[in-house]
Design a protein around this ligand. Sequence first.
Ligand code: BTN
Length: 241
Amino acid sequence: MFSILQFEEIDSTNAYLKREYSNLKDMTVVTSLHQTQGRGRLSRIWQDDKKSLMFSLLLKENLNPARLSLLPLLTGACVLKTMEEYNLPASIKWPNDILLLEKKCAGILLESVTKDVLQCLVIGVGINLNDEAFPSSIQDKAISLKQVTGQDYDKNDFLNRFLKHFEITYQAYLNGDDSYLDIIRSHFYLQDKTVLLNYYQENKHVKVKGIDDLGNLLVTDGDTLKSINSGEVTLENTYSK
Ligand code: BTN
């Protein structure tokens, strides 16, 4: 099902697929040992020291714009399932961060190419597998699997396990089965926490109530229940449960 292309160095596996999608098959996976211009959500940089697993997956067929917002969560559920196979108790911070010991160990970046209509989707995943240290600017927030267990993780083994989960879960998703949301809900780091939500340039404290069936964040703002489909959530040190 998957065709895998491996590079030693590339600008960004997401950028590569967005450039080359018309020459590539649905379900092409690109990995690279190093990215020179790796990127994250909200135009952030994704830096690597060759120790993290970085890959992107191309989706060209069966695209349904109405169900797009579920794909980062579906991908996150597959990362969580893979980590469970290594006995790593991870959680997810909506919409795209995977946490270990309350620090980020993986991120997901969904991008699309549209020319009149949607042409393709690219799901990029970066997982801090074997990193021993992080730049001082992020060392309080980032963690690697190796930092937690002291073990080295094989990149191909992790990727193959992830792809097995993705194949099954994505097929179910195409058939309208979103039961991977149960995994998200049972590993949901933000549940019942008060967070600072940045939504359309506005900052607000809201209480997280859950995730709805479209993958949106459910929050209460005072007495009003709201469904949030994009934005950035910050947990402050003094959050209350
Ligand atoms: C985030 O945490 O904001 C998302 C990070 C996504 C990083 C991955 S690494 C592979 C792929 N290529 C990129 O340039 N970004 C994604």
